[in-house]
Design a protein around this ligand. Structure first.
Ligand code: NAD
Length: 426
């Protein structure tokens, strides 16, 4: 297999997950080589370079210098939310395919700018959405396509942590998560994208008509912690909404980072003949993200997603069937034996590398940039509705969304100016 030469931008927490997946894939016969890395924080860059054996001449504080190289096949962007459009468009403008972290952007406008940059620069793009690369999502999508649930009329997208604001309750995450200019938004744009994107994708990307949403930031805080973590202004800790799609399909949305409650329930999709309950949705990257003998980055444990299928049979008897969906369990392994190609749909990064190698095409890969952009569209609807105090239509979301991605970033070595397109609503 031909060597794929990779460069990383942003050597923070998530970059270590990328490296774990790369190592695990190399152990399974892939030929991936991380040849260069860029990180504005000199000390972090040095430590990262030492950890992964990246020599000094291949380490950059200014990623723009790294993009002058001609021996890189693709770039993985691991900076924070409001820098995704900024850095990932710069990567594509410099002539490289780009794998960008989630959420696609902190506003719909910026997600659209990044989406359009693929065509503008003629480059491939993927956005990390681990929840859709596994049997849980695949089986649910197929069951709905085959009509097993009958007429699908309602979905619920759910995510909950009892006390899990990254960078606040979980200080091992950087405070950029709760920065109003860098992370920008709370749970809906953080873990929420995994749940929303999964629901939208499984439902066949329904067309949004309108959404009513409320966001708030009222969970307990502590002045000492505020000071310690440098919390300057709050971002949301709760986002809720109700969306209506073409054809009458509805979806209620619940996503918190922290609330005084044990159980909130799970995502589900309901139809006239049956429903699917989504248990343990993958937000940590699947088995390839697990380092040998260690924990997944961020302290997460490997999630083993499953589905519960509720329905009624022809004799009017109710049934409730658990469908195991883990990649590593017996059914997951047998699925792989029967169809080894399915491995390319079981992991974000493997799918990306397969797409770059030409083993998957625009038609056969999962179109993560489109799914991520539509997810941003729905999330933005909740944001705008919450600000306006009324529901918003799809047209209004397109008109009112604003580009907020960082255009000038101050660093120790000067200002990085990002030159990406203005947003033009259609
Ligand atoms: N941490 C996780 O568990 C996790 C999981 C999934 C996705 N993500 C996503 O990954 C992104 C990054 O999260 P993180 O936890 O790794 O954050 P982080 O703060 O640990 O890492 C981001 C790194 O980017 C660097 N950076 C900023 N601007 C840069 C630039 N111009 N050039 C080079 N480096 C630059 C920062 O100095 C920092 O080290 C976020 O968007 C987050 O939503 C994180």
């Amino acid at each position: 297999m031909k060597e794929l030469r990779i460069a990383i931008i942003g050597c923070g927490m998530i970059s270590h997950r990328h490296m774990t997946v790369i190592r695990n894939l190399n152990n399974r016969g892939q030929n991936l080589k991380v040849v260069a890395a860029a990180e504005i924080d000199k000390e972090k860059l040095l430590a990262w370079g030492k950890q992964y054996g990246i020599a000094e001449e291949n380490r950059y504080t200014d990623f723009r210098e790294m993009l002058r190289r001609d021996d890189i096949d693709e770039v993985e962007v691991c900076v924070h939310n409001n820098l995704h459009t900024s850095v990932s468009t710069a990567v594509m403008a410099a002539g490289f395919p780009c794998y960008s972290e989630k959420p696609m952007a902190a506003s719909y406008a910026d997600a659209k700018i990044l989406y359009d940059a693929q065509k503008k620069y003629g480059q491939k793009l993927a956005v990390q959405i681990s929840s859709i690369y596994n049997p849980q999502t695949r089986i649910a999508k197929k069951m709905i396509e085959e009509g097993k649930l009958g007429k699908v009329y309602h979905a619920r997208s759910v995510g909950h942590r009892r006390q899990g604001r990254p960078g606040y309750d979980m200080p091992f995450f950087t405070q950029d998560f709760i920065s109003p200019t860098i992370g920008v938004h709370g749970p809906l744009f953080d873990l929420g994208i995994y749940h929303l994107a999964q629901m939208l994708y499984v439902l066949g990307m329904p067309e949004l008509e309108s959404v009513y949403g409320v966001q708030s930031c009222d969970y307990w805080t502590n002045p000492v912690i505020d000071k310690l973590v440098g919390r300057i202004a709050p971002v949301e800790d709760l986002g809720v909404g109700i969306a209506r799609f073409k054809g009458g399909l509805s979806m209620d949305i619940y996503e918190d980072w922290a609330i005084h409650m044990d159980e909130i329930g799970t995502s589900f999709i309901a139809g006239s003949n049956g429903a699917l309950k989504f248990l343990d949705v993958d937000t940590t990257g699947g088995p390839l993200a697990v380092p040998e003998g260690g924990d997944i980055v961020g302290g997460g444990k490997l999630q083993e997603p499953s589905l519960v299928w509720f329905g009624v049979d022809e004799e009017a008897r109710l049934f409730e069937t658990k469908l195991p969906c883990a990649i590593g369990d017996i059914t997951g392994q047998q699925e792989l034996l029967i169809n080894p190609e399915i491995a390319k749909y079981n992991d974000n990064q493997l799918q990306w590398y397969s797409y770059l190698r030409g083993d998957l095409t625009d038609e056969t890969r999962i179109d993560s940039p489109y799914i991520a952009m539509q997810t941003a569209f729905l999330s933005e609807g909740v944001v705008l509705s919450s600000e306006l105090g009324r529901s918003v239509t799809a047209d209004e979301i397109r008109q009112l969304s604003k580009s907020i991605a960082i255009r000038d970033q101050e660093t120790a070595f000067g200002t990085i100016h990002y030159d990406f397109d203005e947003y033009k609503p259609e």
